[in-house]
Design a protein around this ligand. Structure first.
Ligand code: F6P
Length: 319
């Protein structure tokens, strides 16, 4: 490849900017031309493409969001839209593309690869729901935000001897709830990967208070249902009133942690090197510290395994 482009697509995540910076600077280092595409696949179809240089990615490694902005584009889901995207890239002399985003963005990258554009996909989502990488870019920061919020909730819940239900993001994946719940010592963690037993959660809350605990924190992954519904059901079962906090998009903003910046920097550089080697249709990830490139076809058809060991550990430690 001689000329590549980079875009961010789907929901944004902290560390996307660090990934864009890494792609741009690694490509320039290797003597390639680099373009930034604004607003994901929508910008591609609208030819919103601009050249990037070293300075266009200055001062962004520490910023949340994405300087390239992002969008969800219906037209790109159609074969006509995808063909148009490939034609536009060719028209601009672009023969390689790095897509930073979640599952839907991966599918788009795969289609373009099949239309002859060399593509690499990077896992940019807070949800940690992409297979063939241990972590996605943004997950670590989102978990830190949830842990920080629970620390604060714990202060006031303890003072009032209350119970708190905290609803967190993650779509169909329970990882944000799992990691944040374990890291904050939550009494119960409800995730879509494990059947929810509300009766035992309700009983546990009662026992906690009779055993001298002065609070109860219940973390609910959005994939399980609404925090408000869970709190109402628990109240019907045990008569203990809970305060509900829905953390929402707070989890997607703010400065990325060093883990997300390092992950993004490594993956961005890896994607560029893989393109230079002539590879295409690959999803870049890090497994047990090692950089790996896996066929996007395989990745989008695989479910990320849930870490039962961590789930059971969290249960044991929150007695
Ligand atoms: O995929 C990231 C995510 O934040 C999910 O956790 C959440 O379900 C969804 O996006 C929210 O989407 P939107 O930003 O469109 O409301």
């Amino acid at each position: 490849v001689k000329s590549i482009a980079v875009l961010t697509s789907g929901g944004d995540s902290q560390g996307m900017n660090a990934a864009v910076r890494s792609v741009v600077r690694s490509a320039l280092f290797h003597g390639l031309q680099v373009y930034g595409i604004q607003r994901g696949y929508l910008g591609l179809i609208n030819e919103d493409i601009r050249p990037m240089d070293l300075r266009s990615v200055g001062d962004i490694i520490q910023r949340g969001g994405t300087i390239l902005q992002t969008a969800r584009c219906k037209e790109f889901l159609t074969p006509e839209g995808q063909q148009r995207g490939a034609d536009i890239l060719r028209k601009h002399g672009i023969d390689g593309l790095v897509v930073i985003g979640g599952d839907g963005s991966y599918q788009g990258a795969n289609k373009l690869s099949k239309l002859g554009i060399k593509t690499m996909a990077l896992p940019g989502t807070i949800d940690n729901d992409i297979a063939y990488t241990d972590f996605t870019i943004g997950f670590d920061t989102a978990v830190s935000i949830v842990v920080d919020a629970i620390n604060k909730l714990r202060d006031t819940m303890t003072s009032h001897e209350r119970s708190s239900v905290v609803e967190v993001m993650g779509r169909h994946c329970g990882d944000i709830a799992l990691y944040a719940g374990l890291a904050s010592g939550a009494e119960s963690i409800l995730v879509p990967e494990v059947p929810v037993d509300l009766v035992s959660v309700a009983n546990r809350m009662k026992e906690n208070f009779t055993n001298g605990k002065r609070h109860s924190i219940i973390v609910v992954a959005e994939g399980v249902g609404s925090g408000h519904d869970i709190a109402n059901k628990l109240f019907e079962m045990n008569g203990i009133e809970s305060r509900v906090t829905v953390l929402g998009h707070i989890q997607r903003g703010g400065t990325p942690t060093h883990n997300d910046r390092v992950l993004a920097s490594r993956l961005g550089d890896f994607a560029v090197r893989k393109l230079i080697e002539g590879e295409s249709g690959k999803a870049c990830g890090i497994i047990k510290g090692e950089l790996v490139a896996t066929d996007i076809d395989i990745v989008v058809n695989s479910k990320k395994p849930f870490n039962m060991e961590l789930y059971e550990l969290a249960a044991r430690l929150s007695q």
